[in-house]
Design a protein around this ligand. Sequence first.
Ligand code: GLN
Length: 236
Amino acid sequence: MSDSTVRIGLVLPDVMGTYGDGGNALVLRQRLRMRGHDAEIVNISLAEPVPNSLDLYTLGGAEDSAQRLATRHLQRYPGLQEAAERGAPVLAICAAIQVLGHWYETSSGERVDGVGLFDVTTSPQDKRAIGEVSTIPLIPGLSQPLTGFENHRGGTKLGGDATALARVTRGVGNGVGDQLEGVVQGSVFGTYMHGPALARNPEFADYLLARALGVDSLPPLDLPEVTQLRRERLRA
Ligand code: GLN
């Protein structure tokens, strides 16, 4: 590893990583390597503190009990919060949105204090949201529809300091009736989309990488199979 190696933190894959969410870190690493950067994934398990020095971070979804373990760990070792404070990009999938909020209520009605990186709160919806979700991004720098697979009971309400990632055209998204999907606050991005999200949405992957590298944009990659995957997903 050299000083210029881009280090991608895969946070708590032992408890947060349903539906292949760990693949987001693989996509980020591969898109860096294809452009000639050295890049590595740093797995951060429940057995160790969360380092604050990495270039970007990803967290996956989880079921309620695993989610609670992760919440406790992130509160005890605030490396992720420190990294976000200095502007390192963070991608939080599904349960990770809930964990990074002020609090969330589990399906059994227990309220758990979150990490407080997102000005959001999460309570169970009447019905679990399961299925394909398609959206139009709402943030400058993203223009392509974002798609994924959602499976969550929690519905997430945005407070004044958080904005949505996207507007829902198919599916449920944040699930509180405002047709919004995901969360953006500073350099921290959340989405309910599994998939893994970045394999299905390469523009979003490059957006996070550009932020991590401190550049406006990255040279495009010509990857016919990725384009084909996107076309198939959008058609579906
Ligand atoms: N346990 C959470 C919920 O149901 C998150 C589930 C997930 O990450 N897939 O809302």
